[in-house]
Design a protein around this ligand. Structure first.
Ligand code: SF4
Length: 244
């Protein structure tokens, strides 16, 4: 059994369907990536990142960054679809209140901040979208509908990402940070939603236990169960490697 470097995505995949985890991360059966949503998110993220380094960038320059990143992305399916989403970037940067100022560490903005840590020798890797100048961990999202408080809960499907980052941050800096999402809702005009929460020492301990539990699970199994759900119809293995 190969060593797994855990991430929040891997933990969520294992929880939602062990068979999918096996196909994707143990058998390493590759599938085409998500296409345009991935490219749009990547272009938007790149513009945000560059703006964090230089807040004098004009809207035109930011749009050029979006175009370069999104349209040249290897997963592009429809360039027209990517261009149709330019309004997200344009409207977001048109209102300075939307933009979060990053903390500076060793002279660098804490954007796409890499967190690598170990729990009982088990490796975990994550990238925090931004650590704000106020010490918040913020993850950017784009969504069709607003997030709810439930999405922030420490072990909900979405909220666990923030808990894992809080654990990594605690391991690195010895302090539990506040956490939150900034969600760009894809209406026209866009709505920008901010949701904040906190994590406790109990959450940090539970997150460690969850990582250990997931690692033990895959090391002690040869058969990985299928968990059927509405997600099957979005699963790349549906009707292919997972036929029954
Ligand atoms: S199709 Fe459903 S049961 Fe099969 S691997 Fe995907 S998520 Fe799991």
């Amino acid at each position: 059994m190969k060593e797994i470097v855990w991430s929040n995505t891997k933990i969520n995949t294992l929880i939602s369907c062990p068979r999918k985890f096996q196909l994707q991360y143990l058998d390493r059966i590759k599938k085409p990536s998500k296409g345009d949503p991935l490219c749009i998110g990547s272009g938007f993220g790149k513009a945000l990142e560059e703006f964090s380094y230089n807040d004098k960038l004009t809207l035109t320059q930011l749009m050029q960054i979006y175009d370069t990143e999104a349209l040249d992305h290897p997963a592009v399916i429809s360039k027209a679809n990517i261009r149709a989403h330019r309004y997200l970037v344009s409207q977001y940067f048109s209102d300075p209140k939307n933009v979060i100022k990053p903390a500076i560490l060793n002279g660098k903005p804490m954007v796409e901040y890499k967190l690598e840590f170990k729990v009982d020798g088990i490796k975990f890797l994550g990238y925090i979208d931004i650590v704000s100048s106020k010490g918040f961990i913020v993850d950017y999202k784009t969504a069709k509908n607003p997030y709810t408080q439930k999405d922030l809960e420490p072990f909900s499907e979405k909220g666990m990402q923030l808990t894992s980052y809080a654990l990594g941050y605690y391991e690195r800096f010895g302090r539990i940070p506040k956490v939150g999402f900034q969600v760009v809702i894809k209406t026209n005009p866009i709505v920008v939603q901010r949701l904040t929460s906190h994590r406790t020492m109990d959450d940090i301990k539970k997150m460690k236990s969850k990582i250990i539990e997931c690692d033990n699970y895959i090391k002690t199994r040869t058969n990985f169960n299928r968990y059927r759900s509405y997600k099957c119809k979005f699963c790349a293995y549906h009707g292919q490697e997972c036929t029954k």
